[in-house]
Write a protein that binds this ligand. Sequence first.
Ligand code: GRG
Length: 303
Amino acid sequence: MSADGFESHYSATDFQNHCQVLRQRIEDQLTTCTQYGDEVPPRLAAAIRHSLFAPAKRLRPLLVLMACEACGYEMEAALPAAAAVEFIHTYSLIHDDLPAMDDDELRRGRPTCHVAFDEATAILAGDAMLAQAFEIVATNCPSWALPGCLAELARAAGPGNLVGGQYDDLNPTVLEQSLTSLERIHRRKTGALIKVSLRMGGLIGRASAEQLATLERYGDCLGLAFQIVDDLLDLGGDETKMGKKTRKDSEAGKMTYPGLLGEEASWQRAASLIAEARQAAATFGPRGAHLEALARYVLERNH
Ligand code: GRG
């Protein structure tokens, strides 16, 4: 039993080792997905690989695999969905970094796609990755999960979630300076992809309705906590470890959790969300141990 009262099934080292094994499987799947033929312009392929294979945590694909595992199903079946969600996440980072949006020069420790290549190439690399994500799911997802995965992934990436959340984040109004509107933005901009990762893993893992609801609750808490920690790291994190410019949001006067709640209360809110996520993971018994450990990592991460 750990100091905070939760039973720990794995040591931190065991968990890190397990994540390394899963990450290698994810990298292999991403490599397979980027074996392009002559019809793909080489420079476009290079731009996609530049952003996709820069050092990244692979949080969302890990969630797909761990959710499938929590339901007791062979996680191999979830690898294509795991790759697809990383394609969509990477596309969103490439477009977010463009001059028309966040205008960033550093991402994942590398020059952003439009800096390393050019703006048109970065836009097209993102467009290509979004479309390819659906091809990956459509052609590789187990039949029982296919309609659900396609529809839910499209909804998470669409105007009511990822794109809508990004839109509101870019167009804040004075009226929106409240915790409710901040959480509304983040549930869509960051939370939706995290939640759909868990739901796709569950659908592929033949989860019951009750298990899917638990994964969703876990995802809700994890997604918000992830964003709060992101805001806190943006304020006090190490730029080299983060692989991107920090303090940008606070300097630009953007609405952030520490800005609205203060640092101490933000850490407390993140910790209580993570405790709730861990309780949800614990209902899967030992098979939920990796999800439980991952939630702990989200609170303790430094990049
Ligand atoms: C362009 C439609 C569109 C959406 C962009 C990704 C995004 C939405 C905005 C990025 C702004 C930001 C810093 C959001 C905070 C949460 C987040 C998505 C962080 C980056 O994800 P990580 O930490 O990164 O999982 P890695 O590189 O490890 O994958």
